[in-house]
Design a protein around this ligand. Structure first.
Ligand code: PMP
Length: 435
């Protein structure tokens, strides 16, 4: 038995599935999840001392690479001054100011600890602001694990959703309407039937939890017009894309593409905490000011705006200048082009989809025409991805352990790290072809 197997057995005895978040269990690719003991720059090191070029980046936060010295210094410095006060600190305001500098439509910001809390609170706020209950979400978009967001589409388009997890009460799931992404007609139908009762549409700024599925050109603008027409709010979830797909998140990517869309509320997470638990909801001041203590919508957190976590987020964002985004973008170009070439050479049908610096690769002939929505994403060849994933892991490259995830680059992926990825790709592509 390897050291890693021992660690997994020990974990499984006391932790459900041996993991504290399900995707870590390798459920969709098979095999035993690796236990990591350290990470630096573009590398993670497992408990057996093997290092891997990391394309997970903690699912996004490690924008400037793992354990960047300036981030670690900021964290250590903050920790020495006290781990938590349960009172305001100057740095919280600095982080809010930095967020608003990058995304000026985020007029006011409330810091929380997880993306789940941010979206949950944004929805409560939308309901409080409109006096309406229903929420529209897109199939395949993930917004955390609060009850109302673990909903799945029922049989008909304009019907109320069913629970997406055991333990979610049907009446709560029924407050959510689930529609296919990038489908204007489905949205029109849902608003035609329920428009007067819809508090908000929540959308990932660019879909990145079913593989990367960006909004079709004009789709986000359409969402803004439709919600305006019906007096509903638009919530853009940038927990994954925020300050990663570009310096101003996917909001900025869209703006550069000529779509200047102002959602009422936005949510941030991941990069905004630089690897420690910080997330945020933000938006128009008049709506944000409905939060307690100013307004009637309640929200709170013992560790909200925690000084050590805020130090990590602030240091990360301050490091994330245009050069950082240019490096990540170049690395994404290099890896996505090389992956595609290796798969072509091995005869593996695939399509690469991109949203700013984020991309993912969908395997299989059923998806080569492009993936606009979740239904199409489910037709990918997960078996081919699993074979590819394991061959890459054996060769020392850690990809996301699921075909439904983005590949994350960091500014620390230098030529050496990229070279190791490029070397591993042809063999992994042949493994996918043989699967
Ligand atoms: N929204 C999006 C778009 C996400 O990608 C995630 C996490 N992957 C969440 C919300 C939930 O964030 P957290 O895991 O911090 O609760």
């Amino acid at each position: 038995m390897t050291r890693n197997d021992e660690l997994f057995d020990r974990a499984r005895a006391v932790i459900p599935g041996g993991v504290n978040s399900p995707v870590r269990a390798f459920g969709s690719v098979g095999g035993t999840p690796r236990f990591y003991v350290s990470a630096t720059g573009p590398y993670v090191t497992d408990a057996e001392g093997r290092d891997y070029v990391d394309l997970v980046a903690s699912w996004g936060p490690a924008l400037v690479g793992h354990a960047h010295p300036e981030v670690i210094d900021a964290v250590v410095d903050a920790a020495r001054r006290g781990l938590s006060f349960g009172a305001s600190t100057p740095a919280e305001t600095e982080l809010a100011v930095e967020i608003r500098r990058r995304v000026p439509i985020a007029e006011k910001i409330r810091l929380v600890s997880t993306g789940t809390e941010a979206t949950m609170t944004a929805i409560r706020l939308a309901r409080g602001a409109t006096g309406r209950d229903l929420l529209v979400k897109f199939s395949g978009h993930y917004h955390g694990h609060s009850d109302g967001l673990l909903a799945q589409a029922g049989s008909g388009l304009a019907t109320l959703a069913l629970p997406g997890s055991a333990g979610v009460p049907a009446p709560i799931a029924a407050q959510t309407l689930v529609v296919p992404y990038n489908d204007r007609a489905a949205l029109e139908a849902v608003f035609a039937e329920h428009g007067a009762n819809i508090a908000a549409v929540i959308t990932e700024a660019a879909g990145a939890n079913m593989g990367v599925v960006p909004p079709a050109p004009g789709f986000t603008t359409f969402l803004r017009e439709l919600t305006n027409r019906h007096g509903a709010l638009l919530i853009s979830d940038e927990v994954l894309t925020g300050f990663r797909s570009g310096p101003s998140g996917y909001w900025g990517v869209l703006r550069e593409a000529g779509e200047d869309v102002a959602p009422d509320l936005l949510t941030f997470g991941k990069v905004v905490g630089g690897g420690l638990p910080v997330a945020a909801l933000a938006g128009r001041a008049e709506i944000m000011d409905l939060l307690a203590p100013l307004g009637p919508v309640y929200q709170a957190g013992t560790l909200s705006g925690n000084p050590v976590a805020v130090a990590a987020g602030l240091a990360t964002l301050r490091l994330a200048d245009s050069d950082v985004y240019a490096r990540i973008s170049r690395a994404a170009d290099t890896v996505s082009v090389a992956a595609s070439a290796a798969l072509d050479a091995a005869g593996v049908p695939h399509v690469v989809q991109r949203a700013g610096t984020l991309f993912s690769v969908f395997f299989g002939s059923a998806v080569v025409a492009g993936v606009p929505d979740y239904e199409t994403a489910t037709r990918q060849d997960a078996g081919a991805y699993a074979a590819f994933f394991h061959a890459m892991l054996e060769a020392g490259v850690s990809l996301p352990p699921s075909a439904f995830e983005a590949w994350f680059l960091t500014a620390a992926h230098d030529d050496v790290a990229l070279g190791r990825i490029l070397e591993a790709l042809p063999g992994a592509a042949r493994a996918a072809a043989a699967a």
